[in-house]
Design a protein around this ligand. Structure first.
Ligand SMILES: *[C@@H]1O[C@H](CO)[C@@H](O)[C@H](O)[C@H]1NC(C)=O
Ligand SMILES: *[C@@H]1O[C@H](CO)[C@@H](O)[C@H](O)[C@H]1NC(C)=O
Ligand SMILES: *[C@@H]1O[C@H](CO)[C@@H](O)[C@H](O)[C@H]1NC(C)=O
Ligand SMILES: *[C@@H]1O[C@H](CO)[C@@H](O)[C@H](O)[C@H]1NC(C)=O
Ligand SMILES: *[C@@H]1O[C@H](CO)[C@@H](O)[C@H](O)[C@H]1NC(C)=O
Ligand SMILES: *[C@@H]1O[C@H](CO)[C@@H](O)[C@H](O)[C@H]1NC(C)=O
Ligand SMILES: *[C@@H]1O[C@H](CO)[C@@H](O)[C@H](O)[C@H]1NC(C)=O
Ligand SMILES: *[C@@H]1O[C@H](CO)[C@@H](O)[C@H](O)[C@H]1NC(C)=O
Length: 433
């Protein structure tokens, strides 16, 4: 009875909080500048008054004034209207749903003068050290000054700055000082009159993911290779760094994922045991720069369709965190069993082949990588020095997820942690090893 009356008492409250987006905005002091501009754009007003299941990211008065005054060249009415469209995103995202892994959400900005991302230019939502942030073009982050205003149709967050519209890849490369990448374009002759139409065509594709090599090593390698490449081979190489039809933000780049490039060959994504990501054998160094036709990531080497070996991951000793502790405890139990198994095998093997070298004298050596073999080696865990184990795992690439195809023992491996599932697994020694 008490519960029932409480429920009845809550009903008027729920109705009261469901004011429209427009009336919530009108009731607040922070976005009055925004409201004044809104009245100049009937299309935008209609969008906001009819939208359902959306989040409005509204710049505060200070942010809005600063943006209007400081933007060079001065903003046109269309720039303002389209920028405000970028501040409306699909879906309802309270700040409590922001995590330390960025989520990228399409906005209402689909005008092709500003966006060649078909579903709408993306906005990133992320929690950095407890501070919810909005990520926009040119690596810009905005903070939320007033979170979670409830409206009929979704939520409003008030921001401390206006979101930057994602720009073209070349403007973004210049603004972010991707100087090695730009040097690679110059060395490859991609900026010459003769090639610029080809380069522009790649740059203007819709829905792209770019992997930009941006290290001294990548530039040096390209310099050493490029003179031996024909014009067509150089073009193909650039095309092998570009994917179209897939805006691959970092959360979409999953282990063993295969992506088709503009060049025609595929790239494979690998996720290392520490969460680091690789495209083929090249590490991704910075992720998720939003651009007006997709996203770009920087990588620390050249992608080469003729060199598509998988990365070699080296396991570093696991930090003893709370999470790892559970694994270590389970691992510890497995170790006790595995030590005896390994010992008995070792003894049997010694008996059978007295001249065999003791395992502990063998150094890990690289596996014979064929094109599609992923090898993983290094110390797997470290509890006590005498418990350290080193093994090599060779993955079977024909399996969808990496599966253990062979184990080459080098010392006293007891357990390993699967890089995909993060599960501890005892190593069962294959007969005859
Ligand atoms: C798209 O942007 C262009 C250029 O700013 C503008 O002329 C046009 O009206 C816009 N279209 C829409 C539907 O907003
Ligand atoms: C709200 O939008 C999000 C993102 O587009 C979608 O995943 C979700 O299903 C929608 N919810 C409802 C109730 O429509
Ligand atoms: C989108 O692509 C079209 C051609 O496909 C181009 O005319 C337009 O300028 C591009 N928009 C942006 C923002 O780059
Ligand atoms: C913006 O946020 C990203 C994470 O999305 C972070 O790596 C970067 O350092 C931040 N930039 C600034 C200027 O705070
Ligand atoms: C751009 O990067 C280059 C190479 O790392 C560096 O020498 C230069 O100082 C950077 N410039 C700016 C403005 O950050
Ligand atoms: C590049 O495109 C422009 C305009 O479409 C054209 O006039 C020019 O001849 C092209 N250049 C080359 C080298 O094909
Ligand atoms: C690329 O991957 C797709 C999907 O996995 C596959 O169908 C296609 O044959 C691959 N292409 C090449 C050139 O390997
Ligand atoms: C293949 O790529 C790897 C990783 O980038 C590199 O270390 C190796 O030198 C490359 N091999 C050739 C033949 O280019």
């Amino acid at each position: 009875m008490y519960i029932l009356s409480l429920a009845i008492a809550l009903v008027p409250l729920a109705v009261h909080t469901s004011a429209s987006f427009l009336s919530v905005l009108a009731s607040r002091p922070e976005p009055s500048q925004f409201n004044a501009y809104l009245s100049q754009f009937p299309r935008l007003t209609t969008t906001i008054s009819t939208v359902d299941n959306a989040t409005l990211l509204i710049p505060s008065n200070t942010a809005f004034t600063k943006w209007l005054q400081n933007t060079v060249p001065p903003l046109t009415a269309s720039d303002i209207e389209n920028t405000l469209n970028y501040h409306i995103i699909h879906g309802t995202f309270p700040v409590a749903s922001f995590t330390n892994t960025a989520q990228f959400v399409p906005s209402f900005l689909t005008n092709t003068s500003y966006s060649n991302v078909t579903e709408g230019l993306l906005v990133g939502l992320i929690n950095i050290d407890g501070n919810p942030q909005i990520r926009s073009g040119l690596g810009t982050n905005s903070s939320i000054v007033t979170p979670d205003l409830i409206a009929n149709g979704g939520l409003i967050h008030i921001l401390d700055s206006v979101l930057r519209l994602p720009q073209s890849q070349s403007t973004t490369a210049a603004a972010l000082n991707l100087s090695f990448y730009t040097a690679i374009l110059q060395v490859g002759n991609f900026l010459s009159n003769e090639e610029i139409n080809f380069t522009d065509a790649i740059v203007e594709l819709p829905d792209v993911t770019y992997f930009f090599p941006n290290t001294a090593g990548a530039l040096a390698m390209f310099k050493s290779m490029s003179s031996a490449l024909t014009h067509q081979q150089r073009d193909a190489m650039l095309e092998y760094h570009v994917v179209t039809g897939f805006v691959g933000v970092s959360s979409d780049l999953t282990n063993m994922e295969v992506i088709r490039t503009v060049q025609g060959s595929n790239l494979t994504i690998f996720v290392g045991p520490d969460g680091s990501k690789f495209v083929n054998n090249v590490k991704i160094i910075a992720t998720d720069y939003l651009i007006n036709n997709g996203v770009l990531h920087t990588i620390d080497g050249l992608l080469n369709p003729n060199n598509i070996t998988a990365p070699v991951f080296s396991y570093s000793p696991l930090p003893v965190s709370r999470g790892a502790l559970t694994g270590i405890v389970i691992g510890g139990v497995v170790i006790v069993f595995s030590i005896s198994a390994a010992m008995s095998l070792y003894i049997r093997r010694r008996k059978r082949r007295p001249t065999a070298r003791a395992f502990s004298n063998l150094e890990p050596t690289p596996t014979e990588d064929t094109t599609h073999t992923q090898s993983i080696s290094g110390p797997l865990y470290e509890l006590e020095p005498h418990e350290k184990g080193v093994i090599e795992l060779v993955y079977d690439p024909s399996a969808h997820l990496p599966e253990l195809a062979a184990v080459k023992m080098r010392a006293e491996p007891m357990v390993y942690r699967d890089p995909v599932t993060q599960k501890w697994t005892p190593i069962n020694l294959p007969v005859g090893m």
